[in-house]
Ligand binder design. Structure first.
Ligand code: ZN
Length: 289
């Protein structure tokens, strides 16, 4: 699969690790989707910390981002599995090409992307965070914004239950059909706290859980807490945190931009406008509280 090696841009040793794992560890039912995803992208850029793309991802507060047909993914220097998981996730989106007409299309799309990654064995990366979220949600506490429930928590809760199903048959039965997705999930006999958590998360995004065979509960909405900041920093290494801290300092004191970024000036200069826009946005949102 020479094409894969050619499409991944990064240090040779990193390219080798990524390409080898993606191909050799691919579960047979997921592999065709990874190949299809690869056909649909022109490049996968492995963004090292303190490089142009590393900074770019830091200002997007993301570990992965797809721009047109290029996937930019943060190269986690401490645990490369996060990088691999993100690539599997993004390639699955690219393979399925699901159009988002409703929020349920988004949930289905994200669930399948997480499921592909979980089937590779990357569920372990998300298990702790997932457990924490389920623990709160099952106590009827909603501590997240709707978009976080739609894009992250609901998909992960459902995907976790589907890891033993054949990926192709899940894809075939759930695209455009959220009821099929939840009934497959219920057939996997999820634990009681998972069911309560999913029911509460569905209520919180305006759906009636009873439509999907789940009991409805009363929930209380928690004001914004540290939970969602944690998710932003999930899957990153110390260098990413360091870049983030440098940006935070600039947010506090924009006049220091040049001084603080000078060690990486060649890398940041081409994206200076993006950095400045981010600083301005962050200052504006902190003024507004
Ligand atoms: Zn996604």
């Amino acid at each position: 699969m020479k094409e894969l090696y050619r499409k991944i841009i990064g240090k040779r040793e990193h390219v080798n690790i990524v390409a080898r794992t993606l191909l050799e560890n691919a579960p047979s039912d997921v592999a065709p989707y990874i190949l299809e995803g690869l056909r649909n992208v022109s490049n996968i850029i492995l963004a090292l910390p303190f490089t142009k793309y590393g900074w770019l991802l830091t200002i997007y507060e993301a570990v992965g981002r797809t721009v047109n047909s290029t996937i930019i993914v943060y190269f986690n220097t401490e645990n490369v599995d996060w990088t691999l998981s993100t690539i599997v996730h993004e390639l699955t989106h690219k393979a399925l090409n699901i159009s988002h007409r409703t929020i349920l299309d988004v949930v289905i799309d994200e669930t399948l992307a997480y499921l592909a990654s979980f089937k590779y064995g990357f569920l372990r990366l998300y298990e702790k965070g997932l457990r924490e979220a389920v623990s709160l949600l099952s106590k009827h506490v909603i501590a997240w914004e709707e978009h976080e429930l739609i894009n992250i928590y609901i998909p992960r809760i459902i995907a976790r239950g589907l890891v033993n199903y054949n990926f192709t048959s899940v894809v075939k039965s759930v695209i455009g059909n959220f009821s099929n997705l939840t009934s497959l999930w219920l057939k996997s006999k999820p634990e009681e706290d998972m069911k309560i958590a999913l029911s509460n998360a569905l209520s919180a995004i305006g759906l009636n859980p009873e439509t999907y065979g789940l009991k409805r509960h009363e929930c209380r909405k928690e004001t914004r807490t540290t939970y969602s900041r944690k998710i932003i920093l999930e899957g990153v290494d110390r260098s990413y945190v360091e870049m983030k801290e440098i940006l935070e300092e600039i947010v506090k004191e924009p006049s220091k931009l040049k001084e603080l970024l000078s060690p990486w000036w060649n890398e940041v200069e081409p994206i200076l406008n993006d950095i400045k826009a981010y600083i301005a946005y962050r200052r504006l949102s902190s003024v507004q509280g």
